[in-house]
Design a protein around this ligand. Structure first.
Ligand code: GDP
Ligand code: CA
Length: 364
């Protein structure tokens, strides 16, 4: 372990890195009001807090855990995707993070359990009990049954999540963004008329094919961050935004009162979920279109804005277009380019290390 820029970092990963030029040398040492690291910064464990959705967030976290094995990592997970099915409380994004870091994920799908079977769902289908468009495996069902029984016993989701994660030993602390009921709804308009559907119905059943007019984080206004969320942001050396969906993952977390405000006092570095002007997996372009943001690395950074975002990692393929708008649309955001495909854990660890390096520089 060596100390670089005042932060403990792993040797090797950052040495001789070749992930492209810094597109803009940062001028100044950060905005006024930005918290500087305390005096104990060099001697204790690095504290990193992230906002994360499902697959993109979970895969990045696997690399981050490899790049910074000694860091205290806290993940604030999106629960806007949560849905009640067969009376069970399902948390797709929290579970994707839990299964991925716990080693129980289906690698092919990126979500759900490995070695899954579907006996329960086929029995339900035989009874005509729906919905049949949301696939739940038998092992996965057990998670939702355990979660729901604890919720029914009166435990808040944050404690239930901690209890479930105990089994998996994630190596990070996973917190739901809130213990309150917040659901992402989508306003659509088709031959059946203008209506609002649950995010999962739009995403999974309708495959995001019907254009979304808007997204609503239903219940967010009155929600409060889950215990530990604001503290994890305040006490972090820096905050990372993994390449999660900027609208329905990170965007929803930012609607919880107090979270965006807390981030504005911190050094925040994000990783673009868009490579070469297209989402890597999934249909993030359909979400971005609904809020009037182009599917480009530059447009997403501009959407987060310089008052939230200090540093932005873009894929090398996007370096040219980003450089073209750097001085104007991205003023105040330090951009760096490197390959951003999270092909395996070692490659993802290099991406995570680049995020740590940039955040360490900017937090100085
Ligand atoms: P979800 O909740 O399962 O949709 O997952 P997230 O919101 O955490 O992440 C979805 C985003 O991850 C999508 O917009 C993808 O473009 C992005 N993504 C997936 N794989 C990669 C990758 O290998 N590299 C980058 N940069 N982004 C990725
Ligand atoms: Ca999700």
């Amino acid at each position: 372990m060596i100390k670089l820029n005042g932060l403990p970092v792993m040797t090797g990963k950052s040495a001789g890195k070749s992930w492209g030029p810094s597109l803009r040398a940062r001028t100044g040492t950060g905005r006024p009001g930005r918290r500087r690291p305390g005096p104990d910064w060099q001697t204790r464990r690095m504290r990193i807090t992230l906002l994360a959705g499902g697959v993109g967030g979970a895969r990045f976290l696997r690399g981050l855990r490899r790049a910074a094995p000694d860091a205290e990592i806290t993940v604030i997970g999106n629960t806007g995707d949560d849905i009640s099915l067969f009376g069970l409380h399902v948390c797709p994004d929290l579970d994707t993070v839990m299964y991925t870091l716990g080693g129980g994920i289906s690698e092919e799908q990126g979500w759900g359990r490995a070695d899954e079977t579907y006996a329960v769902q086929s029995e339900l289908t035989a009874y005509g009990a729906g919905p049949d468009w949301f696939r739940l495996g038998d092992r996965d069902f057990a998670t939702h049954i355990a979660r729901t029984s604890m919720l029914h016993a009166g435990l808040p989701l944050s404690l239930v999540t901690r209890q479930l994660c105990d089994r998996w030993q994630l190596g990070v602390t996973l917190l739901p963004m809130t213990d309150d009921d917040v659901q992402t709804h989508v306003v659509i308009d088709d031959e059946a008329g203008r209506r609002t559907v649950h995010f999962q119905e739009w995403w999974v059943r309708l495959h995001a094919k019907i254009p979304a007019l808007s997204f609503v984080a239903s219940g967010a206004e009155d929600a409060v961050p889950a215990p530990g969320v604001l503290q994890a942001i305040e006490e972090a050396d820096f905050v990372l935004l993994p390449p999660s969906n900027p609208v329905v993952s990170i965007g929803i977390i930012l609607t919880i009162p107090g979270i965006a405000e807390a981030l504005r006092t911190k050094t925040v570095v994000g990783v673009s979920p868009v490579i070469g002007g297209a989402p890597v997996r999934g249909m993030a372009d359909a979400c971005l279109a609904a809020i009037g943001v182009k599917t480009s690395a530059a447009a997403i950074a501009a959407h987060y804005g310089a008052d939230l975002l200090d540093g932005w990692l873009v894929d090398s393929a996007d370096a040219g277009p980003v450089r073209a708008v750097e001085a104007t649309e991205l003023a105040g955001i330090t951009v760096r380019a490197l390959p951003l495909f999270m092909t395996d854990v070692p490659v993802t660890a290099m991406i995570a290390q680049a995020a740590i390096d940039l955040a360490s520089e900017l937090a100085r």
